[in-house]
Design a protein around this ligand. Structure first.
Ligand code: IVH
Length: 670
């Protein structure tokens, strides 16, 4: 980007960048194709962001750079739907589907009726309006007549175009379903668990919870996605059937169901429903049924609707994978942050491929809401990969001997009075010295994602705590062979290995330490971002809330949590003891040795005398950047033996190529 660019030149460039980025996004999300590499895409995005920063007049709400969310709202604005959002009648058997088709025949007075069958996506219904090619608003179903304007949250959905391709329709209102993919949901839950937060029960709850957030930056970090299946306003386009709707969606670059079926008899409908039941296991999102619709709009109008649901459509609900068993007892698990989670011990039962003897009860509010009691017969369900959950009690089977599940007033481990968290759902043991919490925190500290101390698992962590050898992570670094020998099953060899692994962890990059400390709401991503931004643990410790907020990926809740953690005396002491033990607290071991390489971008290639990451770290420590592909923006290529295509490309583009000796000379300032 030239620094002498005028605003008019910038405006042209911005327009080109936005058009290209929109195009690549569409290719990626609609056709699962990439025309350029991730780095090139990021490069274009960065260029656009920089231009928008330099020329604020060029900023626009529908720029592809605007996916990060904005300032929190006071509340949601209520919007009346121009066309009400109806629900569907449900059917649960093939006979009911046949009966539905019979009603269609009678209603229309014809034998064959063209229908379509679509997956019923298990998410949250949304109505989205585009005007003149730009996203105007997104409104939830609400009560069907009036919904919430959740545009700020919906705008953060990466697969949803903020601007439409100019060659397609520009003004219309579509209906669809917002969802979280199975994979995205699992990852989100893992991250939440790592950050000491409650898991979401299922993708639909997670989606609904996310759309209700007043702070769209929260939504921006959640893996929301959207698929469309209907039209509320064709905006003057000729659309006379559901099949036409699919074509309109396609032209507008909006995502449709992965697969739809046409059927014109009850048999064909049932065949499609059965096929979908097989296929749906492989779909990226959860589906709970099939939706059957009469294709022609004229026929839909002729059939009409009741006050609640259309007569021209119906949902066939698949049987969820469920089993009935007895709840024998409940246990309470104490997590790292003191959260008490009730777990049901079940009479073992076979359910979709495995024997289940435990199920999550989520929290005590859920237990009360579902009125679950010990010795109840319960329906359990396994959805996708998710741990089985107790769905419902079979109340007809109660004998009278069932006993209510008591809400604990005290921690089952240490006996401290429990507290409700801010959202009044999770119960916590507030005693940070509770031995169960200490064990969980230690397990987290040594885990693979954190300090990665091999050979130390759940059992050893418990032994160390029970023996009084370790109470916090700093104690680990004081362990010696003599004290470890007192533990059961610890031979000389395992002691040696363990001490070596503990010592090796001292030089881990400090984001691993920050993550390993188990600060509430701080997951891997925020830990990395914090270290990138602040450079050292001590700088994070000293930061005020407003400093923390300047770091990307740190929102108000996270900032408040970090700030509070480092204000606690015992945590400050912990950090000091870790420092004294020689644990690395600084981002680069060679902490910004100099700024010699500032403003330069490097590509490493070929066989170097040490691992590439060693050279990469050194480049970064002198202020340079490291990239993986050679372009005109590359300043230097550091090439080792047998360098191949990257070297060729560098030579073609006239990029300076250095060997290791040349690199060292440059660092010395020669
Ligand atoms: S058509 C008047 N098609 O299911 C027709 N709905 O129980 C309205 N849903 O509120 C809906 N996939 O949120 C339709 N392919 C699909 C659907 C679908 C999911 C949801 C939608 C609707 C609810 C009705």
């Amino acid at each position: 980007m030239s620094t002498t660019m005028t605003e008019a030149e910038a405006a042209d460039r911005v327009q080109v960048l936005r058009r290209d980025l929109d195009h690549y996004n569409r290719l990626y999300y609609q056709e699962a194709r990439s025309a350029i590499s991730d780095q090139e895409f990021d490069g274009l995005m960065r260029e656009l962001g920089e231009l928008e920063q330099r020329f604020p007049a060029l900023q626009s709400a529908d720029s592809p750079t605007r996916r990060v969310g904005g300032a929190p709202l006071e509340g949601f604005v209520q919007v009346t739907h121009a066309v009400p959002m109806m629900s569907l009648d449900n059917t649960y058997s093939e006979a009911e589907v046949a009966a539905f088709f019979q009603r269609l025949r009678k209603g229309l007075g014809q034998e064959e009726i063209a229908c379509v069958v679509e997956p019923k996506v298990d998410g949250v219904a949304i109505s989205i309006r585009y005007e003149d090619g730009t996203l105007k608003h997104a409104v939830t179903r609400g009560n069907g007549q009036v919904g919430d304007d959740v545009t700020a949250n919906v705008r953060t959905i990466r697969s949803l175009p903020l601007r439409l391709p100019p060659e397609g329709p520009q003004t219309f209102e579509v209906r669809g379903e917002i969802f979280m993919s199975k994979a995205g949901f699992e990852k989100l839950n893992e991250e939440r668990e790592d950050a000491g937060e409650q898991r979401f029960a299922n993708p639909r709850n997670a989606t609904a919870g996310t759309l209700k957030q007043l702070d769209s930056r929260v939504a921006a970090r959640r893996p929301l996605d959207v698929v469309f299946y209907g039209l509320a306003d064709a905006g003057g386009q000729a659309v006379s059937s559901q099949t036409d709707v699919y074509a309109l969606l396609q032209r507008a670059g909006l995502r449709r169901a992965d697969r739809v079926w046409s059927a014109k008899s009850a048999e064909e409908l049932l065949a499609a429903i059965r096929e979908l039941d097989e296929l749906r296991k492989t779909l990226p999102y959860e589906t709970d049924g099939a939706v059957i619709k009469v294709d022609s709009f004229a026929e839909q109008r002729a059939l009409g609707a009741t006050s609640k649901a259309p007569r021209w459509a119906i949902a066939y609900k698949y049987q969820a994978e469920q089993a009935v068993t007895r709840l024998l007892a409940t246990d309470i698990q104490v997590g790292r942050t003191g959260a008490l989670t009730p777990v049901a011990r079940l009479e073992p039962v076979f359910l979709s491929g495995s024997t289940v003897s435990n199920a999550t009860l989520h929290n005590f509010e859920e237990i009360e809401r579902k009125d679950i009691r010990v010795l109840d017969w319960v329906i359990i369900e396994k959805a996708g990969e998710i741990i089985p959950a107790v769905i419902q009690v079979v109340k007809e089977r109660r004998s009278g001997e069932e006993t209510p599940i008591e809400v604990p007033t005290h921690c089952p481990i240490c006996g401290t009075a429990v507290k409700k968290d801010d959202e009044q759902v999770v119960l916590r043991c507030p005693n940070a010295d509770c031995s169960e919490q200490v064990k969980r925190r230690l397990e987290h500290f040594v885990s693979r994602g954190a300090m990665d101390i091999r050979g130390m698992g759940e059992q050893l962590a418990a032994q160390l705590v029970d023996a009084g050898l370790v109470r916090d992570p700093a104690d680990l670094y004081q362990l010696d062979a003599l004290s470890l020998a007192r533990l059961e099953r610890m031979g000389t060899k395992s002691i040696e290995n363990l001490l070596a692994a503990i010592a090796a962890s001292k030089v881990q990059p400090p984001w691993r330490l920050v993550f390993g400390l188990g600060i509430l709401h701080v997951g891997v991503t925020s830990a990395r971002a914090l270290m990138e931004f602040f450079g050292s643990v001590e700088a994070v410790a000293a930061a005020e809330v407003e400093d923390l907020l300047r770091c990307d990926d740190v929102g108000e809740i996270v900032a408040a949590s970090i700030h509070a953690w480092f204000r606690e005396e015992k945590n400050r002491t912990l950090i000091e003891r870790l420092r004294q033990a020689g644990v690395n607290l600084v981002q680069q071991a060679v902490a910004l040795a100099s700024t010699t390489l500032e403003g330069t971008t490097w590509v490493l290639t070929g066989a170097l005398s040490q691992p590439r990451e060693v050279f990469a770290e050194r480049i970064r420590s002198h202020g340079g950047k490291v990239s993986s592909s050679v372009s005109k923006k590359t300043s230097y290529v550091l090439a080792g033996e047998e360098a191949g295509s990257k070297l060729e490309k560098a030579q073609k583009l006239g990029v300076t190529v250095l060997d290791e000796a040349g690199f060292e000379a440059l660092l010395r300032g020669e």
